[in-house]
Design a protein around this ligand. Structure first.
Ligand code: NAI
Ligand SMILES: N[C@@H](CC=O)C(=O)O
Ligand code: NA
Length: 435
C-alpha cells in the first residue's frame, strides 16, 4: 500500500468536525480515489475538552496551531480556523515555508492574502487549495480554474452567501423576523463567527473577489468590491418584489471589460424566471459566461458541515494525487491588474423604496428629484401603513421601478433628496438583475 497523506487539522468547529466525520465514513472510497490513504495525524483547536461528536483520541493534540506546520508526521495542513490574519495566516505562511501543502476554507484570508500565499506555494512547488472557501460544497473553483480554463470569461455572478440566502428565503416563505432567522442560520452552522460579515455582504465580497480573479486572470482586488448587505431589506420589499415578478437576492457580480473590472455585492431584484430566483435556503449558485462554453450554472450547498467538509476533502484528495497546479487561474506572475470600472456609467433598472410622510407635495418633491436627475420612472405605487419603526403613523411607502438608464442618475436623484423633510427613513435601492 502507498504511503498515507498525513494531515493536520487546525480548527475543529463546524467544518473541522465535518472533515473528521467524512474522512472516517468514506475512508475506503477516498483511499481508492486518492490512490493512497488520507489520515489525520494531528489536530488543534481552542478547547480540547469540547464535545464535537467526534473521537479525537487517535490524533496528536497541539494547543498552539502554529506547531502543526513543523511536525514531522504532517504532510499537509488544513486550516479551518477562520479570520483573514492572526493564527490562520501565520499557519499558512509557516506551512508553505516548511514546503508543505496548505488547504483552507478561509475566504477572508484568501481574499486578502491569496496572492502572497499563491506565490509562496509556487516557489515551494506545493499546493495551495481553497475549494471550500467559495460557495462551500460547490466545486466552482475547480470548475472555473480547470473545467472552464479554455475560455475567456466575461462575467461571473451569483448567490454567494448561504446565511443571507437562508434569511431572505425564510422571510419570503415564513415571513420570519430578521434576527430570529439569523439565529436559526447560526444554529445550523452557516454563519461566520462574526455574522456581520454575512449580513453586511463582506463574506460574499471575499468570495466574489476570488471568483473574479479566477475567472479573469486578474490579481485579487477585494478593496474595489462595492459592498452592501441585507440589513435594509424589510418584509415590504419582499412583498413588493413578489408583486412585481421578482425575488430579492444578495448577488455578487463581476465583469471584465476592456481592462476594467466591475465587482459588486448588492441586494438585487431577480426576475422570477431567472435560475437564481429559485435558489433557496443555504444554497448558493454561480453563473459564469465563457466565450466558447456559453453559460455555466453551478448550484449546491454553500454552507454547513457536510458540504464544506466535502470541498476540503476534495482538495486533500488532489494533494494526495500530487495535483499542484497554480492556485489561481494561471501562474502567479501571469496575473494582470485592472482598474475598477466607473460604476456610474453602468446601465440598468432600479427598484426604489421611499418611506415618506403622507403630506401634500411629497410626491411632487420626489418625482422632481427624479426628473432633475434624468431618471425615468417605469412604475410607481404608494402603500399605506409603513412599519411603525419608520416613525409616525402618517408614513407610507412609495415604491418605484425606473426605466433603464445610467446608474449615476439614480445616485444623483438620491443625493438630491438627502436630508429631505419628506423622507421618514433612508431610501432603499436595489438593482434589477438583467443578465
Ligand atoms: N461554516 C460554514 O458553513 C463554512 C465555513 N467556512 C470557513 O471555514 C472556516 C471555519 O468555519 P467554521 O467551522 O464554521 O468555524 P467555527 O467557529 O465553527 O470553528 C472554528 C474552529 O477554530 C478553532 N480555533 C479558533 N482559534 C484557533 C486557534 N488560534 N488555533 C486553533 N484553532 C482555533 C475554534 O476552537 C473552532 O474549533 C472559516 O474560515 C469559515 O469562513 C467556509 C465555508 C462554509
Ligand atoms: N457564512 C458563510 C459560510 C460559507 O461560506 C455563508 O453563510 O455562506
Ligand atoms: Na466550493
Amino acid at each position: 500500500m502507498s504511503e498515507a497523506l498525513r494531515v493536520a487539522l487546525a480548527g475543529l468547529g463546524t467544518v473541522g468536525a465535518g472533515v473528521i466525520k467524512l474522512l472516517d465514513e468514506n475512508r475506503e472510497l477516498i483511499e481508492r480515489r486518492a490512490g493512497r490513504p488520507i489520515e489525520i495525524t494531528a489536530v488543534s483547536a481552542r478547547d480540547r475538552s469540547r464535545d464535537r461528536g467526534v473521537d479525537l483520541s487517535p490524533f496528536a493534540w497541539e494547543d498552539d496551531s502554529a506547531a502543526l506546520a513543523a511536525r514531522a508526521d504532517v504532510d499537509v495542513v488544513a486550516e479551518l480556523i477562520g479570520g483573514s490574519d492572526g493564527p490562520a495566516l501565520n499557519l499558512a505562511r509557516d506551512t508553505l515555508k516548511a514546503g508543505k501543502s496548505f488547504v483552507t476554507a478561509n475566504k477572508a484570508m484568501i481574499a486578502h492574502h491569496g496572492l502572497e500565499l499563491a506565490e509562496m506555494a509556487e516557489k515551494a512547488k506545493v499546493a495551495l487549495k481553497y475549494e471550500a472557501a467559495v460557495a462551500g460544497g460547490i466545486p466552482v473553483i475547480k470548475g472555473l480554474r480547470e473545467g472552464a480554463a479554455a475560455n475567456a470569461i466575461t462575467s461571473v455572478y451569483g448567490i454567494l452567501n448561504g446565511t443571507c440566502n437562508y434569511i431572505l428565503t425564510e422571510m419570503e416563505s415564513a415571513g420570519g423576523d430578521f434576527s430570529d432567522v439569523l439565529a436559526e442560520a447560526q444554529a445550523l452552522g452557516y454563519a461566520e463567527a462574526d455574522p456581520t460579515f454575512d449580513i453586511d455582504g463582506i463574506d460574499a465580497a471575499h468570495k466574489l473577489a476570488i471568483l473574479a480573479s479566477l475567472s479573469f486572470g486578474t490579481a485579487l482586488d477585494f478593496d474595489s468590491v462595492a459592498t452592501s448587505g441585507i440589513r435594509q431589506v424589510i418584509a415590504a420589499d419582499i412583498a413588493e418584489a413578489r408583486a412585481l415578478g421578482f425575488k430579492v437576492r444578495l448577488v455578487g457580480m463581476a465583469e471584465a471589460n476592456g481592462g476594467k473590472l466591475f465587482q459588486r455585492v448588492h441586494c438585487c431584484l431577480v426576475p422570477r424566471k431567472h435560475p437564481l430566483a429559485h435558489v433557496a435556503g443555504s444554497l448558493n449558485a454561480i453563473v459564469a459566461q465563457g466565450n466558447f462554453v456559453g453559460r455555466l450554472f453551478f448550484e449546491g450547498a454553500g454552507a454547513g458541515e457536510g458540504p464544506t467538509a466535502s470541498a476540503v476533502v476534495a482538495d486533500l484528495i488532489d494533494v494526495a494525487r500530487g495535483e499542484y497546479g497554480p492556485a489561481f487561474a494561471m501562474p502567479f506572475a501571469r496575473l494582470t491588474t485592472s482598474d475598477p470600472v466607473n460604476v456610474g456609467e453602468r446601465r440598468g433598472r432600479a427598484y426604489l423604496r421611499f418611506a415618506v410622510h403622507d403630506r401634500p407635495g411629497v410626491l411632487a418633491e420626489i418625482t422632481a428629484a427624479m426628473r432633475d436627475a434624468n431618471v425615468s420612472i417605469e412604475s410607481m405605487i404608494q402603500r399605506g401603513g409603513a412599519a411603525p419603526s419608520e416613525g409616525s403613523d402618517d408614513v407610507v411607502h412609495l415604491i418605484m421601478v425606473t426605466h433603464e438608464g445610467p446608474e449615476r442618475c439614480v445616485a444623483d436623484a438620491l443625493e438630491r433628496l438627502r436630508g429631505s423633510q419628506s423622507l421618514a427613513g433612508e431610501p432603499m435601492l436595489m438593482h434589477i438583475l438583467d443578465l
